[in-house]
Design a protein around this ligand. Structure first.
Ligand SMILES: *Cc1c(COP(=O)(O)O)cnc(C)c1O
Length: 405
């Protein structure tokens, strides 16, 4: 034989003794029930799987706030789900208006161009600003678009596109379908698919839902589905073909071997969300994120995004000495000394702390803020750690009824 088998070390020798606390922009920590479900393999078709899928769809309808039965799972990351949305609704001869105010929302633009759609990309003026309604109106006034794409939360810079509902209304008025990336926001902040007139809502497993990466979910409106069904040319992606995927997700038949363990994990993640209720979950996220933000500021750091555009599910922090302190050193100390991992950013001198799902737990927030302040101080800053921790504590426990556990 030409190649010899490499003798690699046992995985235990690679993984840290104690798992790092994942407080970056995803993946996020998963609840025990989700981790346990992820160890199980069952047949991908048959009675057991049918019951799992039926329950998973009922729970998804609640989480997406939709009556639509077109709930489809994807074996793939959230980007694969974005690609399913784009590739099933756009093709040569169709057109897309892409609102790009960061890495993820811009990804829709790349995908739309790749499938041959006539694509117009609107960009924001500053990294922390939204694309103004007037610009979107002007674009629609010039031309008809079949589809508009937008991210509810732009994870890359921590910006909340809080005009989503208004944008969707405008798009509807002009006959465009609305595709929404809700990867970092679904179940972390309000989104009502039907009420807001959204046509496709995309999410991943490993962020707001607190499941594992690799299995994603989308919901399609009836209007979107009708357009998918009316397509005259074959969908160029066999795996991502929504009509083929509906064989499995709607008709209990084989499409491709579903990622069974990931689906079971997602089932448990959704079950926990339903048990908590969306209202309680939104409140937990809001309280957690506001408390963390207050703690960060009380310590002497500043936040990157002005409050009105600030996303609560991912908090971006300015460098206290832009260009003078290497934020990678701070993150490195957080990992090595405190076993907490947070995120840097693509090309921006900021840090990002995730506030999605299980990240929003009191113990995680305390550990993270302590690690952040200590690590900055070890890098030569003089942050007021005590003031930061006190502020976090006061804001987490507003009263004996409203607190984060
Ligand atoms: C993480 C993220 C994505 C991409 O998810 P992957 O699972 O990495 O493909 C897309 N959009 C948003 C808003 C995200 O936060």
């Amino acid at each position: 034989m030409k190649f010899n088998p490499p003798q690699e070390v046992h995985l235990d020798a690679i993984l840290p003794d104690e798992p790092l606390l994942l407080m970056g922009a995803g993946p996020v920590p998963i609840p025990h029930a989700v981790a346990r479900a992820n160890t199980v393999v069952i047949n991908h078709v048959g009675e057991t799987m049918n019951r799992v899928i039926a329950g998973l769809k009922r729970m998804s309808k609640y989480v997406f706030q939709t009556e639509s039965d077109k709930i489809i799972g994807v074996a793939g990351s959230a980007s694969a789900a974005m690609e399913m949305a784009v590739t099933n609704l756009l093709w040569p001869g169709r057109s897309a208006l892409v609102l790009a105010n960061g890495t993820f929302s811009a990804r829709f633009g790349e995908m739309a161009q790749a499938v041959g759609a006539d694509t117009r990309i609107l960009r924001n003026k500053e990294v922390t600003s939204l694309i103004p309604m007037e610009e979107i109106e002007a674009a629609f006034a010039q031309k008809h678009y079949d589809v508009l794409t937008i991210a509810q939360g732009e994870t890359s810079c921590g910006v909340h596109n809080h005009h989503l509902r208004e944008v969707a209304k405008l798009a509807k008025k002009h006959g465009a379908l609305v595709i929404v990336d809700a990867v970092c926001t679904l179940s972390a902040m309000p989104l009502s698919m039907d009420e807001w007139g959204l046509d496709v809502v995309v999410t991943g497993g490993q962020k707001g839902l607190s499941s594992i990466p690799g299995v994603s979910l989308l919901a399609f409106s009836e209007a979107a589905w009708t357009q998918i069904e009316s397509r005259q040319t074959p969908c160029p992606h066999w795996v991502l073909d929504a009509l083929k995927a509906q064989r499995f997700w709607g008709e209990k038949q084989y499409h491709y071997t579903a990622p069974v363990s990931g689906i079971l994990a997602l089932y448990e993640a959704l079950r926990l969300i339903c048990q908590e209720t969306l209202e309680a979950r939104f409140q937990r996220h809001t309280l957690s994120s506001k408390a963390l933000q207050a703690g960060i500021e009380a310590m002497g750091l500043s936040l990157f995004v002005p409050e009105k555009n600030r996303l609560n599910s991912v908090v971006a922090i300015n460098s206290p000495r832009p260009g003078k302190i290497d934020l990678a050193d701070v993150r490195d100390k957080m990992v090595k000394r405190f076993k907490v991992e947070i995120a840097g950013a693509f090309g921006l001198d900021i840090l990002r702390i995730g506030q999605m799902g299980e990240q929003c737990r009191a113990s995680n927030l305390f550990k993270t803020l302590y690690a952040l302040g200590m690590s900055f101080n070890m890098c030569g800053l003089d942050l007021d750690l005590g003031a930061g921790m006190a502020s976090l504590e006061n804001n987490l426990a507003i009263d004996l009824e409203n607190y984060v556990d």
